[in-house]
Ligand binder design. Structure first.
Ligand SMILES: [Zn+2]
Length: 254
């Protein structure tokens, strides 16, 4: 004890105290981070909460469109879907539903599904518990005010997740829907229609959930043109286009 006292107080007290503090801090960071990541990874692979694809047994595809409704692009997409009797899912922003409620009503009337994508496209990892709850509830409520039903699926903006969001979403009984790996052609970044279509067709597989956007601000979206290639080609290959709920039901993932 005396020796330790001499070592700390007489020799290099500051260096040793600093060293011990850094060790404690490192241990704390590792403990918090490990716990955090384990929880997120567990949720990510828990089919009852986070979905990335449907069953591989069926030739079903779920097209999903984020960030709308948009006054021009969403109706153009709906026209193509109608032409091929294809169903899809739209993850809408509350602020866009407020601006274009008639577009949301039309997509519901035509048999498509709507999902919650927050009110203002927040990054949930940088938002408080209260803020995430409010964004989700406000979006559910505005959707309800237009179509009389609340959605039961949620897609976090950018696909980012954290424990608060998982907790909030679970509490509301929503399912989190991401997308199948390799089915994000980044259509918001102005690739050509051919490159969007080739990306999807090249990587396609049974039960895929495909990520596209019906609202791309200040850019001319090529998504509509890409769909004119993708849908007939995949129908020719024997695929059928269904909503997320239909995909989950047929995949026994209700
Ligand atoms: Zn988005």
């Amino acid at each position: 004890m005396n020796q330790l006292y001499v070592l700390i107080i007489k020799k290099k007290p500051l260096t040793i105290i600093l060293f011990i503090s850094v060790l404690i801090l490192l241990a704390l960071i590792i403990w918090v981070k490990t716990d955090y990541f384990e929880e997120v990874i567990n949720y990510r692979y828990d089919d009852s909460v986070v979905v990335r694809s449907g069953s591989e047994r069926e030739k079903l595809i779920a097209l999903t469109f984020d960030d709308g409704p948009h006054p021009r692009f969403t109706p153009e997409i709906l026209d193509i879907l109608y032409e091929y009797n294809a169903k899809a899912t739209f993850f809408v922003l509350g602020k866009h539903v407020k601006l274009y409620p008639e577009v949301l009503q039309r997509l519901i009337d035509e048999g498509h599904e709507v999902g919650n994508h927050t009110f203002t496209h927040i990054d949930v990892t940088k938002s408080s518990y209260g803020k995430i709850s409010k964004e989700l509830d406000d979006t559910d409520n505005i959707i309800y005010s237009v179509i009389g039903v609340k959605p039961n699926i949620f897609r976090p903006p950018f696909g980012f997740l954290n424990n608060n969001t998982l907790h909030i979403v679970k509490e509301r009984g929503h399912r989190i829907v991401l997308w199948t790996a390799n089915q994000d052609p980044r259509d918001w970044n102005s690739p050509t229609a051919d490159s969007i279509a080739n990306h999807i067709i090249r990587n396609v597989g049974n039960g895929n959930i495909i990520l596209l956007h019906d609202y791309v601000p200040e850019k001319n979206s090529q998504t509509v043109e890409a769909l004119k290639i993708i849908i007939p080609e995949l129908i020719k290959e024997g695929y059928r286009f269904v909503t997320i709920s239909e995909l989950l039901e047929m995949s026994d993932l209700r």
